[in-house]
Design a protein around this ligand. Structure first.
Ligand code: DX5
Ligand code: ZN
Length: 215
């Protein structure tokens, strides 16, 4: 699958409504929302009220990436705010299986994210329960960073695990994505590209989204 999830972390927050309207007109498949708590990652972004506001304008499903500690405490709130997919970090969940069930029991999609240093093999006993896996291709916390090349190999290993375990999980990659990186990621078996600065920094974001889907 070749899907695109623009990250609004790179959007113009003074005109967030207009930016979401632009995504409505585009071929974007999701709106990627980066929630940061200043504890799990060294940055603070936005939270539940902003997601709620985005959801009122967005015609696209919200893909909510929680870069927060103890995400299980807030899952019901993010669901109420309009999340269609909730991603929690492997590194932030002591009882990951329970947290994944908590998300699925709300009738939305459950996804787990791995930081660049976390091996794919750690998902072996949960992969059949997941709707999506998010591979970080930068260290989480900031947009506009350089893509980490080891991610191609991780995507291939993950794809092999998904097929072997008969999982329906889609593979999403987040950080430093552009046309060159995106093409190689699709070839490695990735289904969804997250792109922040590459989309919102482009002269023509709508055209850039369309081109990312046709790599
Ligand atoms: C980083 C976030 C990303 C970020 C990607 O912590 O999870 O979603 O917005 O930004 P770019 O595409 O600029 O690397
Ligand atoms: Zn993200």
């Amino acid at each position: 699958m070749k899907l695109v999830a623009p990250s609004i972390l790179a959007a113009d927050f003074n005109n967030l409504g207009d930016q979401i309207e632009m995504l409505n007109k585009s071929e974007a498949d999701f709106v990627h929302c980066d929630v940061m708590d200043g504890v799990f990652v060294p940055n603070i972004s936005f939270g539940i009220p902003v997601i709620h506001a985005v959801n009122r304008v967005s015609q696209k499903p919200l893909d909510v990436h929680l870069m927060i500690v103890n995400p299980e405490r807030y899952i019901a709130e993010f669901h109420k705010a309009g999340a269609s997919v909730i991603t929690v970090h492997y590194e932030a969940c002591t009882h990951l299986h329970r947290t994944v069930q908590q998300i699925r029991n709300l009738g939305i999609k459950a996804s787990v994210c791995l930081n660049p240093h976390t091996p794919v093999a750690l998902l072996e006993d949960i992969i059949s329960e997941l709707d999506m896996v998010l591979l970080m291709s930068v260290n989480p916390g900031f947009g506009g960073q350089q893509f980490i090349e080891n991610t191609y190999r991780k995507a291939e290993t993950l794809k092999e695990m998904i097929l072997r375990r008969n999982s329906k999980a889609l593979i999403e990659v987040d950080g430093g994505v552009n046309f060159e990186v995106g093409k190689k990621l699709y070839e490695a078996g990735v289904d969804i590209l997250v792109a922040g600065s590459f989309v919102f920094g482009a002269n023509d974001p709508i055209e850039t989204i369309a081109s990312l889907k046709r790599l």
